[in-house]
Design a protein around this ligand. Structure first.
Ligand code: GLN
Length: 532
C-alpha cells in the first residue's frame, strides 16, 4: 500500500511548496523509493487551461494532454515520474464530477454536501493516483495557504485519509515562514505558531515544519518552535533561501529531512547521497565555465511564472554546455516601433515562445526577421514557429500580407490556419490539440542532429496549424520541413536552409527538459548561441 506525505503551506503564499514537494520526491527517489506527486488546487476552474498567464502563470501540459498547474513541471523536472491528468485535482474538477453524479441520480435521493460527498470525491482522486502509479510514496501538495476558506475541503479530506490509514501510513509537512524583522534583529516564530494553531483547529497536527527563512535558525529558535507547535525538535527543518532551486534537495538532505520522513513513515531504505546531481547540476549552475546572452521575446515578460518551463529549459541547456544563460526578457510590443537592432546588442540567441492573441505579434515577427537575416540562432516554439512561417512567407516568398487566421481571419495568404475539426469547437476548455504526438524527423536537419533519432514524441497545446497548401511554395524558397506528424500530415518543425541554427517547432519541448538531462533542442540552441 502506498504511503502519503501531505504538504500544506502557511503564513503566506509563494513559499515554494511545489519546489519543496519536488525536492522531497527527489530525495526519496535517491534512496531507491518510487514516488508520484499530486497537486490539489482549491480554485473553481476545472483546469488552468482557460486562465490568463497573469492569473496563473504557465499552463503545464502532460503527455496525456491535461492542462495543469505549473508545479507539475517542477515535479517532472526533479523526479523520474511521468504525470497525468490525475496528478492535478482542482476544486472545479471535484465539484463538476459531484454535480454530474447528482444530476445522474447517483446519490439516490441524499442531500449532497461538502462533507462527505466533496471530501469523498477528493479522497477517491488521491487513492486513484496511488493505485494507478503503484508507488511507495504519494506526495500530495495542497495549494493555497492554511486559513483560506476554499482549501478547507481538501484539508478535511487529508485529515480523514490519514485517520483511515492509521499510524506510519501518512505524515503532514507544513511549509511555513519565519520572517526576519530588521528593526529588532529577530526571526519571528509567531506567524508559524498561528498557522499550526489553525491546522490543529481542523484536526491536523504537522509532523514536520519546513521553515522558510533568510537566515539560519538557532537551536534556541528550533526548540521554541518545536515546543509551541507540538513537533519534535528534529522535525523543525531549516529551509533557507538558496541560489538555485536545484540546491533545495541538498539543503533538505543536510537537515536529514529524508531520514526523518522515512522514520515517521516506518520505511527502511539505504542512505544515498546526491553526489551525481550535485556534481552535474549544482556545480555547473554555481560555477559555469562560460556565459551566453539569450533574448526571450514574449508578451507576459513581467511575470516570471508565465514562461517558467522555457526559462528552466534554457538553464538546462546551459548546464549541458557548462554555461550560464543570461536571459533578456523583451516585451514584444516594445519591438513594434523604431530601430530593431538596439534590442539585440550582445544577444547571441533569440527565442520566441508560445502565446495566444494578437497583442505584440508584429514585434515578434520583427525579432524573427532580425534573427533570420542576421544569422542569429533562433528558436521558435509553438506561436514562435507559426510566426517564423508567417515571416518567411512575407519576406522571402513575397506574400506581403501572409498571416495566421488567428490574427487575420480574411488574410489572402493564411499560411497558418485552423484544421476543419477546430472550426466546430464551441467550448474553450480542453479543446486544443493537446498532449503527446509522434513526430518524424528528416535526416540532415538541425532537429535530427539534436535528437539523434528519426522519431520523437512531444507535447502540444495549440489550435492553429501550418497550412499544407503553402508547403510547396515555402519549401521551394528554402523553408525546410524538418519534422511532421506522418499520420495526420501535419508540419511540426520548420527550419531555414543555410542559417546557422533556425528551428521552429509546433510543440512545446520545454515540458520535457530536466536539469540533468537537457532537452536536445535547448541544448543545441544554447550551443549554437555560444558559437556566435
Ligand atoms: N495561438 C496559437 C495556437 O493556438 C499558438 C498556441 C501556443 O503557442 N501555445 O495555435
Amino acid at each position: 500500500m502506498s504511503k502519503y506525505i501531505f504538504v500544506t503551506g502557511g503564513v503566506v503564499s509563494s513559499l515554494g511548496k511545489g519546489i519543496a514537494s519536488a525536492s522531497i520526491g527527489k530525495l526519496l527517489e535517491t534512496r531507491g523509493l518510487t514516488v508520484t506527486i499530486l497537486k490539489c488546487d482549491p480554485y473553481l476552474n476545472v483546469d488552468p487551461g482557460t486562465m490568463n498567464p497573469y492569473q496563473h502563470g504557465e499552463v503545464y501540459v502532460t503527455d496525456d494532454g491535461a492542462e495543469t498547474d505549473l508545479d507539475l513541471g517542477h515535479y517532472e523536472r526533479f523526479t523520474n515520474g511521468r504525470f497525468s491528468k490525475d496528478n492535478n485535482i482542482t476544486a472545479g474538477k471535484i465539484y463538476y464530477s459531484v454535480i454530474t453524479k447528482e444530476r445522474r441520480g447517483d446519490y439516490l435521493g441524499k442531500t449532497v454536501q461538502i462533507i462527505p460527498h466533496i471530501t469523498d470525491e477528493i479522497k477517491c482522486g488521491l487513492k486513484k493516483v496511488a493505485k494507478e502509479h503503484d508507488v511507495d510514496v504519494v506526495i500530495v501538495e495542497i495549494g493555497g495557504t492554511v486559513g483560506d476558506i476554499e482549501s478547507l475541503p481538501f484539508l478535511e479530506a487529508i485529515r480523514q485519509l490519514r485517520w483511515e490509514m492509521g499510524e506510519h501510513y501518512a505524515i503532514n509537512i507544513h511549509v511555513t515562514l519565519l520572517p526576519y524583522i530588521k528593526s529588532c534583529g529577530e526571526q519571528k516564530t509567531k506567524p508559524t505558531q498561528h498557522s499550526v494553531g489553525t491546522l490543529r483547529e481542523i484536526g491536523i497536527q504537522p509532523d514536520i515544519l519546513l521553515c522558510r527563512t533568510e537566515r539560519p535558525i538557532s537551536m534556541e529558535q528550533r526548540e521554541k518552535i518545536a515546543l509551541f507547535c507540538n513537533v519534535d525538535v528534529e522535525g523543525v527543518i531549516e529551509a533557507a533561501d538558496v541560489k538555485s532551486i536545484y540546491e533545495c534537495p541538498s539543503a533538505f538532505k543536510k537537515e536529514h529531512l529524508d531520514t526523518l520522513i522515512l522514520k515517521k513513515l516506518n520505511i527502511k531504505a539505504p542512505d544515498k547521497d546526491l553526489k551525481a546531481w550535485e556534481d552535474f547540476v549544482v556545480k555547473r549552475v554555481r560555477h559555469p565555465k562560460r556565459e551566453v546572452n539569450v533574448a526571450v521575446v514574449g508578451k507576459y515578460i513581467q511575470l516570471p511564472d508565465a514562461y517558467k518551463s522555457i526559462y528552466e529549459a534554457l538553464g538546462h541547456g546551459g548546464i549541458a554546455c557548462d554555461a550560464k544563460v543570461n536571459i533578456f526578457k523583451l516585451d514584444s510590443e516594445d519591438l513594434e516601433k523604431g530601430k530593431i537592432d538596439r534590442f539585440f546588442k550582445n544577444i547571441h540567441g533569440i527565442l520566441v515562445p508560445g502565446g495566444f492573441g494578437s497583442r505584440g505579434i508584429e514585434g515578434k515577427i520583427r525579432a524573427i526577421k532580425f534573427a533570420r537575416e542576421k544569422n542569429i540562432p533562433f528558436f521558435g516554439i509553438c506561436l514562435g514557429m507559426q510566426l517564423a512561417t508567417v515571416e518567411f512567407a512575407r519576406s522571402v516568398c513575397g506574400m506581403k500580407t501572409a498571416n495566421s487566421t488567428e490574427f487575420d481571419k480574411h488574410t489572402k495568404d493564411p499560411v497558418i490556419s485552423l484544421l476543419a475539426e477546430q472550426h466546430q469547437v464551441v467550448n474553450l476548455g480542453a479543446t486544443m490539440r493537446l498532449g503527446a504526438y509522434p513526430c518524424h524527423l528528416e535526416k540532415d536537419t538541425k532537429a535530427h542532429a539534436a535528437y539523434k533519432k528519426d522519431d520523437i514524441s512531444e507535447r502540444h497545446r495549440h489550435r492553429y496549424e501550418f497550412n499544407n497548401e503553402y508547403r510547396e511554395a515555402l519549401e521551394s524558397r528554402g523553408l525546410v520541413i524538418a519534422g511532421t506528424n506522418v499520420e495526420r500530415k501535419l508540419v511540426e518543425m520548420v527550419e531555414v536552409k543555410g542559417h546557422r541554427w533556425f528551428v521552429g517547432c509546433q510543440f512545446h519541448p520545454e515540458f520535457q527538459s530536466k536539469p540533468d538531462k537537457a532537452h536536445p533542442l535547448f541544448k543545441d540552441f544554447v550551443a549554437a548561441a555560444l558559437a556566435v
